[in-house]
Design a protein around this ligand. Sequence first.
Ligand code: KG4
Ligand code: ZN
Length: 343
Amino acid sequence: MADAPLVLGIETSCDETGIGIVRGHTLLANTIASSMDEHARYGGVVPEVASRAHLEAMTPTVEAALAEAGLKFSDIDAIAVTAGPGLAGALLVGVAAAKSYALGLGVPLYGVNHLAAHVAVDQLEHGPLPKPCIAMLVSGGHSSLLLVPDVAADVISLGSTVDDAAGEAFDKVARVLGLPFPGGPYIDRAAREGSGTAVAFPRGKMDDGTLDFSFSGLKTAVARWVEAREASGRRIHVPDVAASFQEAVVDVLTRKALQACKKYEVHDLLIGGGVAANSRLRALAQERCDAAGVRLRVPRPGLCTDNGAMVAALGSDLVAAGVTPSTLEIPADSSMPVTTVHV
Ligand code: KG4
Ligand code: ZN
């Protein structure tokens, strides 16, 4: 793909200002500025704080990405940007910046779907995606099961969370256990010292015949269990609670993902999003995929969490597919459906 165009991707749907540069499926730069430190004391991302941080981080992060790739602005052939879903104000900063760069450089603009970009990014590490594949996206903002006949053209929703996202449950349970925000990595670490079978927490919607998820009941069950222990004056062994909660989440996630593979007779599963960094999810998914004869693809953690490379990767696929570029009128769409791959 030496002659493929150079695509610069801009991601601002949540708290990360991510800039990625790719040529075809070759990653040349992936630079990130996060405003997480500013949100941590609130225990969640504050949209207005995130928007302002994107504004301040945009130019330096783009310049850092160009420097990392050893490129000049004039080398860029196309701009891709997350147009949705995400925080409205945060998206707006990225979309406005992308339009300005596209107009200023005289290059095409591609507004893309954040969720499809989480799927497309794996190609930077593991090569072209099998067509079709099943993708499970699990992060702080989303938990979805997708059938992906072609990531640049056709993404079908099979199921999603009916309440909390998987990452949201990790973050809320971490708070109950007195661990810092965002809690996923802390639960992952604490769980390594505990037993996943110490407490039998409920597995919502486990075998209900749908491909939807529910984590709110589990989160409440953990909170009630901790409250009851504290009320009776007994000690709480955080690693055991963390491991048992984590086991309940990854048990349901991997069960449903493999049910989707079976139902649609697809033999390739991709897991993406921030929660895909979870060590127990990776291990159990591998074990269950091996048993079911399904090939598993999980991008490295730095590509699972929100980043600009994922946006550039999907933009690159759109260019390769000859998709008509977006107009300069495209809006930022905070509730863009997953079936809309690009606008
Ligand atoms: O994809 P992401 O960076 O941002 C969006 O939400 O879109 O995902 C962040 C989420 C947070 O909820 C965080 O707690 C969770 O991913 N997370 C993890 C791990 N690393 C990050 N959850 C479980 N285990 C981890 N190792
Ligand atoms: Zn995301």
